[in-house]
Write a protein that binds this ligand. Structure first.
Ligand code: F0G
Length: 312
């Protein structure tokens, strides 16, 4: 549904991600809670839904390179689709501020990865400038083709749930996904509450994927908030960490830190008890395995006694 209209030779099978019931978390929160596991997309994040569309249209328009600024996931996704399309991907990341696995994904697919001595916002400014040049197309979510693809998550949720949810919760970094989800809901005629979680310390948050000071879609999100369509919740890194741990230890859903922002926001939202909520979990935990504390890894001798002693 939805994406099939634009699906083409470039597809890696994006979308059709699982919607799973969060039985332990929902008991605590007092609602019906479903997790839309977007980390199960081909490159491990929700970005693939929009990227397949953006890269295809860039190629159709004669581009020889796609460019993006990224905290990592956009880079990995752009690199994969550019490889398939046979065009170059040029990726600018904030130096020293992205997860190793995400940079590895981009490099593995042959992208030109440049680490900018600056922030994500600096990288995006440079990419906007670069894309003014002939043959270069910007594939950040300011490219409307990205949102066209990303909004398909809404149709899938409605399909899988079999009804409209009361609440949809998700992270708010640059705001592209918030804009896409709001668009998808509006087009489906669904007025679910949209609850979004953003880091209080945007410039330095532990959740590196959403380390963005100047959201590209800030004006659109502010408009949606003013219109009562979106509720934005500001989260401390502790809030994010608590939700991230809960998803893994209570639901078996290992996501990257930023992806827990939807759940964290839901926990801080009034009036959701008794409702049906869908939380969009945006990226896979293996993207940022370095966030997991290895403090209590234990090495034992290869004997049963040693194992029994270790597990207490
Ligand atoms: N979750 C994850 C895992 C992300 O990678 C991002 C953004 C977001 C949430 C926020 O989405 O920006 O549409 O509000 N990642 C971008 C990137 C910035 O470069 O990969 P948003």
């Amino acid at each position: 549904m939805g994406l099939s209209a634009v699906r083409s030779w470039l597809t890696l099978g994006e979308g059709s991600t699982p919607l799973v019931r969060a039985r332990r978390l929902e008991e605590r929160l007092g609602l019906d809670l479903h997790l839309k596991c977007e980390g199960l997309n081909p490159t491990g994040s929700f970005k693939d839904r929009g990227m397949v569309v953006a890269v295809e249209r860039a190629v159709d328009s004669g581009a020889h390179a796609v460019v993006c600024a990224s905290t990592g996931n956009t880079a990995a996704s752009a690199a994969a689709y550019a490889a398939r399309a046979g065009v170059q991907a040029i990726v600018l990341t904030p130096a020293g501020a992205t997860a190793t696995a995400k940079r590895a994904q981009a490099r593995a697919a042959g992208a030109r990865v440049l680490e900018v001595r600056g922030t994500f916002d600096d990288a995006l400014r440079l990419c906007r400038e670069l894309s003014q040049r002939e043959g270069f197309v910007l594939v950040n979510s300011v490219n409307p083709d990205r949102l066209e693809g990303q909004k398909t998550v809404v149709a899938e949720i409605l399909d899988q749930l079999g009804e409209a949810p009361d609440v949809v919760a998700l992270p708010f970094g640059g705001g592209g996904n918030v804009s896409a989800v709001a668009l998808g809901l509006a087009e489906a005629g669904v007025t679910a509450r949209i609850v979004v979680g953003q880091a209080a310390e945007r410039a330095t948050t532990w959740a590196s994927a959403i380390r963005i000071s100047e959201p590209a879609h800030a004006a659109n999100v502010a408009g949606l908030v003013a219109a009562g369509r979106v509720e934005a919740v500001t989260l401390t890194d502790d809030d994010l960490r608590t939700a991230w741990v809960a998803l893994a230890t209570q639901e078996g859903v290992f996501c990257e830190p930023a992806s827990a922002a939807g759940i964290a926001a839901l926990e801080r939202t009034d009036g959701v008890r008794g409702s049906t909520a869908v939380c969009i979990v945006t990226g896979h935990g293996l993207k940022d395995a370095g966030s997991v504390d290895e403090g209590d890894a234990v090495t034992v001798e290869p004997t049963l006694e040693a194992v029994l002693e270790a597990i207490g």
